[in-house]
Design a protein. Structure first.
Length: 117
């Protein structure tokens, strides 16, 4: 059974930074693209960034230049470094397999990120 556990969220002032972590288990992590997604109140879940098995990254335009995604296949971890945070980045952040995958793991609880102005 695939399990995804996100952590690292919190309350931060605009301009601040956070580093999110996602621990994955129950899958051959190294062969899958992984992604970070977020859902703000009243909005649909959206892709923030994804990283292929080989390490190639794709960053949404709304966060390009501010967010960086990385992975550690030895630890089955994927990370999201978020810098220059803005109030509009406030959301619950989730990790899951990448958007091009033919399946989606059960969503974890996510980690809340709140950016105050």
């Amino acid at each position: 059974q695939v399990q995804l556990v996100e952590s690292g969220g919190g309350l931060v002032q605009a301009g601040g930074s956070l580093r999110l972590s996602c621990a994955a288990s129950g899958l051959i992590f190294s062969v899958y693209a992984m992604g970070w997604y977020r859902q703000a109140p009243g909005k649909q879940r959206e892709l923030v960034a994804d990283i292929t098995a080989g390490g190639r990254t794709n960053i949404a335009n709304s966060v390009k230049g501010r967010f960086t995604i990385s992975r550690d296949n030895a630890k089955n971890m994927v990370y999201l470094q978020m810098d220059s945070l803005k109030p509009e980045d406030t959301a619950v952040y989730y990790c899951n397999v990448g958007p091009g995958s033919s399946w989606t793991a059960t969503w974890g609880q996510g980690t809340q990120v709140t950016v105050s102005s």
